[in-house]
Design a protein. Sequence first.
Length: 112
Amino acid sequence: MAGLEVLARADLDQHERAAAGAEQAVLLHGDAFARNRALYTADVAIQHAVRGRPEPEAAAEAAGRVLAYLPAVRSDRLLKQLHNVESALQRHAAVPAVADWLEEYRTTTGVS
């Protein structure tokens, strides 16, 4: 339910609440369901990047946690979501933490 609420909050442009809900969804999964945890963590990154008062450093930190899942979780859905994270973070590319993440993303995924 927490994951579905995240999607609804994001669609309603309630990005702060969506980010908090995505964090809760990650915690609720515990150590199980690595792919779902990775997807919800990507939602956290996106919501921090697109909220009314963006938090690019928090977005980059969450995005870094998503990249950490890649060795164990390789799914088309996760790769698409990482692309969405990259798109959301592009507008903050001047922030050093974001620039570092963008470079790590390109290196890790082979995207140019």
